[in-house]
Write a protein that binds this ligand. Sequence first.
Ligand SMILES: [Zn+2]
Length: 237
Amino acid sequence: MTPQPFPDGSPGEDGPDTSRRGVGARPAGDHRYPAGPERPEPIYCFLIEDSGRDQVSFRRWTRRRADTTGDCPVHGRHAAVRISFHRSEEPATSRISRHDDESFAPDDPRWPSTCECGYRFADDDHFHSLREPLYVGPPPDQDAMMLVTLNQAPPGAIWRAPWLEEYRQSRGPDGHSYVCMLPTGPWLIDGVAKGGKRWTRSGDPPRFTVRPSVIHLRADSLEAYCGLLTDGVVEPL
Ligand SMILES: [Zn+2]
């Protein structure tokens, strides 16, 4: 299979572009991983779909410095998170991650009461809950189904993002928006590449073929992944 990068595509030297959707994604140009043990393995794609369930994280934290109780492992501030699962009643198109501090009373027993270091949260410390849809899918070579938030999705996971489909800049010709998780983070296949060009996507999920290749930069770092997605397999370039 011959990669077909955009004629004017080239590896970037100017860092990730965080100014638009499809952060840091661009055509891969003439990037090539060297042959040998450093070369990444191909990534086999699989589809994950909205499970109808949400994961709710209960997080407490404080602005107080942690120095009053000795060592605190949580970035020098006291903080703790507890995870819970909820069934959702909402339609899928409105189901995106969001904060919902109002939903749970301060006396809900699911709020963590102490930090790992032993600090006991005060009444006026912060309450913060995050509700994230859980996606379910069959990872390749595993018997068990996988239940993950989109942030937890492993490389190769592909999902449809209906909440992006109202924007022309993030949907394909079939009206759908698909995302593929790469080692460096989520790549919006139907988004706009840095430089303003777009990829073409063909095939049925998860066996997409996407042209040209992609170079994807992890947000807030210079780590890059370069690959070509063909018939549901991402080959490193
Ligand atoms: Zn602490």
